[in-house]
Design a protein around this ligand. Structure first.
Ligand code: 5GP
Ligand code: MG
Ligand code: MG
Length: 185
């Protein structure tokens, strides 16, 4: 299949499709080990985590379950407001469950910090975090991340689930958009 994107739209590819694939192989091997003999519930944070959830979950035994939450911590712009709201709650009851939150990116850490507190208060047996990306220079709240993909520079990135104005989520890699492209949105 021919790529449906134009590489000229990007200043830089931060993480390639191959790097993502290899990293998910590694993370999945650890998750399989750590949760052997346990029932695992993956909690994906919509919409950004859709790609990493789909690709991680398919590397795990088929008894793994998926549930979704939608929260909002940003307005329409690119800056964290610090206010987190539940837009869609989980279907699952977490009592006694082993929960792994699957996130696209940790920027300020505000969203995950709030989410960890929220899910832990629901009586789960364990709550851990898997995040594909983290911006160490942007972190305001330290999050214990059990499974981390890549530390990346403090730049606004798109692709592999991450959007700019709902665009670019479908890219197979993570990249920095050219400023001209922002102007068009
Ligand atoms: P945090 O609360 O850690 O600051 O980030 C919350 C959410 O903001 C992330 O889960 C992600 O959806 C979004 N976000 C943070 N940094 C970026 C970025 O560089 N690009 C995009 N597209 N979204 C981001
Ligand atoms: Mg997210
Ligand atoms: Mg977004």
């Amino acid at each position: 299949m021919e790529p449906q994107y134009d590489m000229d739209d990007f200043t830089k590819v931060i993480v390639t499709e191959n790097e993502i694939r290899r990293k998910l192989d590694e993370i999945a091997a650890k998750v399989r080990d750590d949760y052997e003999g346990k029932e695992l519930l993956l909690v994906g944070v919509l919409k950004g985590a859709v790609m990493v959830m789909a690709d991680l979950a398919r590397r795990l035994p088929p008894r793994v379950q998926m549930d979704w939450m939608a929260v909002s911590s940003y307005g329409s712009g690119t800056k964290s407001s610090g206010v987190v709201r539940i837009l869609k709650d989980l279907d699952a009851d977490l009592t006694g469950r082993h929960v792994l939150i699957v996130e696209d990116i940790i920027d300020s850490g505000i969203t995950l910090h709030w989410l960890l507190g929220n899910l832990r208060s629901r009586g789960a047996a364990s709550v851990e975090v898997a995040a594909l990306l983290r911006k160490p220079d942007a972190v305001q709240v330290d999050i214990p991340v059990q499974y981390l993909g890549f530390d990346i520079p403090n730049e606004f990135v798109v692709g592999y689930g991450l959007d700019y104005a709902e665009h670019y989520r479908t890219l197979p890699f993570v990249a920095i958009l050219k400023p001209e492209v922002y102007g068009d949105n």
